[in-house]
Design a binder for this molecule. Structure first.
Ligand SMILES: O=C(O)CC[C@@H]1NC(=O)NC1=O
Ligand SMILES: [Fe+3]
Length: 408
């Protein structure tokens, strides 16, 4: 720091996540105006107005959950029960349940009620050191209801100490008003919903569900072209249940990420490697659906495609509000390594949001978003199941306890 730093966090071991990982033991990190001003050996730390002794904790970048549907009303435990009695996810969707069940509940909920239900779920993630969260729409499927969801997503970041990236996912399911007229609904998305939501500044990115029970790659391409016309980056639910060529499509648009990827092809991997598109792994949905087809983690690793890990928090396929559990699942179910899982919930997740210049690793000039952990080594974060070792969180240089209080 040229002038006196605002805060110094010392007596900590740093997992910097620079160049993919990076450790600095017995270190310290200084903050000025909400940004990282210095990091290095504890003995060389600069003076600061306030000094916090980290007690030998590990200090990582604040965790980033880069794929959630955390704003929604109601739950779908009835379908969970039905599937355990033999129904399939696609049967339920085809009979009007599934996503449409949550659409009906979300349309019926007021904006304030939607916020109240969502904040409780977000608080669970914040307790585990999450400092940035992506939140999708996709349970409204009309302009007004999609705007309501995205306003609630923005309010989450105003009410709680978390940065929120919003994603418009109007192409999540075909609403009843357009039954049998998918192309007309895609027109509604491209010609009305997306332009107005972009003009209102409610969406930071655009996503679609490219799948047999979702939207075709041709329909997805039309949505991506509309996103491009409005200067919005794209990402995609791709190859979750089948190979629709979604990964190649999102790579062709220089998209931020392709997500799920259980049925990803080698051609899709090559396209993502060439375009720098992040592979977002969502083990919660694989686990909860009792899926058996794994994403090609070894091939993604060999091709150098950056892998992120996220909760996919949603009421139908991944009712999970634990990023640490998602990290453990990625390791245990798919042989992601603990270092890859931590990169997947920090720098690679930040890259999947187009935010890696600002967050996701410990580097001078980045936002001072940190999490402090009472662990022996960083691998402990994806090793433990259901145990939360987070001892403190720092948002833009401001220290807070992990558990936040909710309004009202
Ligand atoms: O079932 C839901 O409510 C959303 C499921 C979620 N959305 C999607 O496109 N794939 C998923 O797993
Ligand atoms: Fe999802």
């Amino acid at each position: 720091c040229d002038a006196l730093c605002d805060a110094l966090f010392t007596n900590v071991h740093l997992a910097t996540m620079e160049q993919g990982y990076g450790e600095l033991r017995d270190g310290a990190i200084a903050v000025k105006d909400g940004r990282i001003a210095w990091l290095g050996p504890r003995a060389e730390a600069p003076p600061a107005a306030s000094v916090h002794d980290g007690g030998g904790c590990w200090l990582t970048p604040g965790l980033v959950d880069c794929h959630t549907h955390i704003v929604h009303a109601g739950n779908r435990s009835d379908e969970f029960e039905a599937r355990l009695n033999g129904a399939t996810y696609e049967d339920i969707a085809k009979s009007g349940g599934g996503i449409m069940s949550t659409v009906r509940a979300t349309r019926a909920a007021s904006e304030d009620e939607l916020l109240r239900q969502s904040l409780a779920r977000v608080a669970s993630l914040l307790a585990e050191g999450v400092t940035t969260l992506e939140i999708k729409s996709g349970y409204g499927l009309t302009l007004d209801d999609e705007a309501k969801m995205l306003r609630v997503a923005r309010r989450v970041g105003q009410v709680l100490p978390v940065s929120v990236s919003t994603t418009f996912l109007g192409a999540h399911a075909l609403p009843p008003e357009f039954a049998g007229r998918a192309d007309d609904y895609v027109d509604e998305i491209c010609q009305r919903m997306l332009p107005q939501l972009a003009a209102l500044g409610l969406a930071d990115a655009v996503d679609a569900f490219c799948e047999r029970i979702g939207f075709s790659s041709a329909q997805t391409e039309r949505i991506f072209e509309a996103a491009r016309r409005h200067g919005l980056p794209v990402k995609l639910h791709a190859e979750q249940l089948s190979d629709q060529g979604g990964a190649e499509l999102v790579a062709r648009f220089g998209g931020l990420s392709a997500d799920h990827l259980e049925h990803l092809s080698l051609a899709g991997i090559d396209a993502m490697a060439a375009s720098g598109t992040v592979a977002v792994l969502l083990p919660g949905a694989y686990y909860f659906l009792r899926d058996t087809v794994q994403p090609p983690v070894a091939a993604l690793r060999a091709s150098g495609v950056p892998m992120a890990v996220a909760t996919d928090c949603n009421p139908g396929t991944s009712p999970m509000t634990s990023i640490l559990l998602a990290m453990n699942m990625a390791c245990t179910l798919w042989r992601v390594t603990p270092q890859e899982a931590l990169a997947g919930a920090t720098i690679h997740a930040a890259r999947a949001l187009g935010r890696d210049a600002d967050i996701g690793s410990l580097a001078v000039g980045k936002r001072a978003d940190f999490a402090l952990w009472d662990i022996a080594r960083p691998a402990d974060l994806s090793y433990a199941i259901g145990f939360n070792p987070c001892r403190a969180v720092v948002n833009a240089g401001v220290l807070r306890k992990p558990v936040v209080s909710l309004p009202g």
